[in-house]
Design a protein around this ligand. Sequence first.
Ligand code: SF4
Length: 563
Amino acid sequence: MAGDFTAEQKRYLEGFASGFQASRAQRATPTKEKPTSPDAIHFAAQDRAIANGGALNEQEKIKREEHPFDAYSRLVAQTKRNEPPKPADNFRWRYHGLFYVAPTQSSYMCRLRIPNGILTHWQFTGLADLADSHGGGYLHVTTRANLQIREIEPESAVAMIEGVQSLGLWTRGSGADNIRNITGTPTAGIDPQELIDTRPFARAMHFHILNDRSLSGLPRKFNIAFDGGGRIAVLEDTNDVAFQAIEIREGHGLAQGVYFRLALGGITGHKDLARDTGVIVPTIEAVEIADAILRVFIDTGDRTNRARARLKYVLDQLGFDRFLTLVEEKLGRPLLRAPQEAIAPRPGFDRLAHIGAHAQKEAQKSWVGVALKLGRLTSDEARGLATIARDLGDGDIRLTVWQNLLISGITEARIDEALARIEALGLATKASPLRAGLVACTGNVGCRFAAADTKRHADEIATHCEERIEIDTPINIHLTGCRHSCAQHYIGDIGLVGARVPINEEGDTVEGYNMVVGGGFGAEGAIGRELLENVAATDAPRKIESLLRAYLAHRATREESFA
Ligand code: SF4
């Protein structure tokens, strides 16, 4: 988002900046004694865990021994020696966005931070060049509307992250126990139905984190998302903190207007969507309230058992009321509540609006959604798309959690030209309802946790089903390689989670999946229920064909969900 703002972007950013400064001034009033260093609140939490008879988990010990942000010179020295990291440093370097992913690839993966998933055409070109010069020559769009570059030799690791920083982008805090990329509605500022432009909030949260070291080194990773009410889902209810734009109706004792509803504790791999707290947040206070939530989490999160170190478990243990009271104590004032009946229903999603041409709120302008091959694009394709965004669009590339991207601001008269140029790159601007909702994590070609080659199998499933069944409604199929659930299998209409599938009594196994069905998000939010176990990957396409046939035969209407 650096540089190249449209007039509309500038208006929002300037408006936000003044409001945010006011909000910071309000928070500057000291209500508690200040810790002596940014790390002191973390040490104090660790000390309490030890005093209560616990033993710090390995990662807490690593953080305590040497803070990753104090170890950059060692990372540089390792890079000069072309040395892979030892396990403790492999954890530390994730604070800098570098993941050594052996044994699947004997190289680093670099993950970025791109607030709201929006970057400029020249940043996208620059990343494609970095992928060529220091990586494997391709980029992955992630399920957090972010980018990853893989196959980076140890000797190129520092050049990669410094190259990213030179583009005005960042990698810091994109891994380990940190607040991950801040997501926001991908059509922010251009969506005809949005309630609020999420870009200023995602950006402010992004810089708030980057410029406050005390917000690094949490008990575990932490996700924050802003939904602006647009047509494309950002899946904010899968986040630890979900800010959901809503409108307050007249007549409930609250000022009418747009607020964020606050939902907490989403972690779909542990079978929980974020739950509504009853709290509404004046939009100008969102960053301040997120900060208070983070500080309560820092104080109360589990530093001994990593399996229970996410926010969900703090909420389960304390209860929402107690947790919110602690947040209010941090803030020094009560949170604002609104009854359900005061809140107007959110405008609906269009589950195909991330693919193809769609009218923006500005007359004669459209965004075009490009279908990527399960989030992967070559550096040549990335440069080609960046050139189209520069020549025909407003210059922005907008990543979505659906592992694809939008080119925005294309004038109506040049839509056909844009579509033709995208297709000339070998990329599609159309996708079947099945491929549009197909999501897959990295899988075992790049992630050591994976039990299956998710992206390849996802492609095989889609190809098999498209050849045999006519699907007339959007269907989401999510494949994750392991229970970490990076592709959110529990919220898919059909979800597949990788498993080694036994094939004989001698203990031989093949790649395969356990399957869940009936998940959803937003108003249809649901955690999928287990349906099938131990399906060999080679059988998965036929099993899914059968599920789809059964759904088509038994649904009452086209709109009826898979549940
Ligand atoms: Fe790796 Fe598991 Fe995440 Fe897939 S879901 S990328 S296998 S950690």
